[in-house]
Design a protein around this ligand. Structure first.
Ligand code: NAD
Length: 275
């Protein structure tokens, strides 16, 4: 067989192995999580979506996902509530009969100097951006172990590796996610379960649109200056990352080709953390 034909057969079989898998994606009613849910559905993966949105928006998302020929359901667990998180995992198994892939993506942001940082905002960011991943992973691992296969993907951030001023809670939580990623990977290493982080740079989602306004206020500059002089200054490609790129990265981490990639991070940040 020609070498190129062998390689294309391998690619086809890699994507085939993901067909029919079941994924939970937290915070997938918008932005990166929604992009990953759409990418997964196109690859034949059944998806349980989660997050906050009007019922009409949720219905529209589910319709779109189901049009790919996969099963799609919604669970409204609040990622700051451990009991609701446990119910999300339990309901997924009840409705789909499996849970193969967990994408910990839900997150919020608050931009403020430390000495003015509201205590409740600190707690909410740590709960939603970090502790929720502990609770989902804790509930999902026994199911993956039983099945003998699993993928845990934590959507961290370039801020899991480097800091920026005025984002104390976010940077602290995302650095925590990196530690959780490594520990999870080691505990599951012999069980065909991998755990990795994706560290995006700036992606123009609702979370970042709000940050543009807040950062302009915190730094006393215009919103356009925030985009060019703060956000894209760090991104050497001078481009915002697209959600579709992150969906592709997540799919790669789920593939057999990534079975020995664990406890590490893939930075999709236009060179930000290379400098
Ligand atoms: P987004 O605001 O578009 O989406 C966030 C999602 O999380 C939404 O579905 C929202 O409903 C959900 N959510 C928020 N609070 C929740 C809660 N308590 N319980 C359940 N769901 C909740 O934001 P995004 O930019 O797509 O961010 C997604 C992830 O990517 C976050 O973890 C964020 O930190 C990370 N990230 C984003 C960027 C970026 O530039 N946008 C960069 C790096 C990392």
């Amino acid at each position: 067989m020609e070498k190129s034909q062998m390689s294309s057969n391998n690619n086809a079989s890699l994507s085939k192995t993901l067909e029919g898998k079941v994924a939970v994606i937290t915070g997938s009613t918008s932005g990166i999580g929604l992009g990953i849910a759409q990418g997964f559905a196109r690859a034949g993966i059944n998806v349980m979506i989660n997050g906050f949105a009007d019922q009409s928006v949720i219905d529209e998302i589910l319709l779109d996902l189901r049009s790919c020929g996969v099963k799609a359901q919604y669970h409204g667990a609040d990622m700051s509530k451990p009991a609701q998180i446990r119910d999300l995992i339990a309901q997924t198994v009840k409705e789909f009969g499996a849970l193969d892939i967990l994408v910990n993506n839900a997150g919020i942001q608050k931009v403020s100097p430390i000495d003015e940082f509201p205590d409740d905002a600190w707690q909410a960011i740590v709960d939603i951006n970090l502790s929720s991943s502990f609770h989902t992973t804790k509930a999902a691992l026994p199911i993956m172990r039983e099945a003998g296969w699993g993928r845990v993907i934590n959507v961290a951030s370039a801020h899991g590796l480097v800091a920026s001023p005025f984002k104390s809670a976010y940077v602290a939580a995302k650095h925590g996610v990196m530690g959780l990623t490594k520990t999870t990977a080691l505990e599951c290493a012999e069980q065909n379960i991998t755990c990795n982080a994706i560290c995006p740079g700036y992606v123009m989602t609702p979370l970042v649109e709000k940050q543009v306004t807040d950062t302009a206020q915190a730094r006393g500059i215009s919103e356009e200056q925030v985009k060019t002089d703060v956000m894209l200054k760090a991104q050497w490609t001078k481009k915002f990352v697209e959600v579709e790129e992150l969906a592709e990265t997540a799919l790669f981490l789920c593939s057999n080709g990534a079975q020995n990639i664990t406890g590490t991070n893939i930075n999709v940040d236009g060179g930000w953390t290379a400098a």
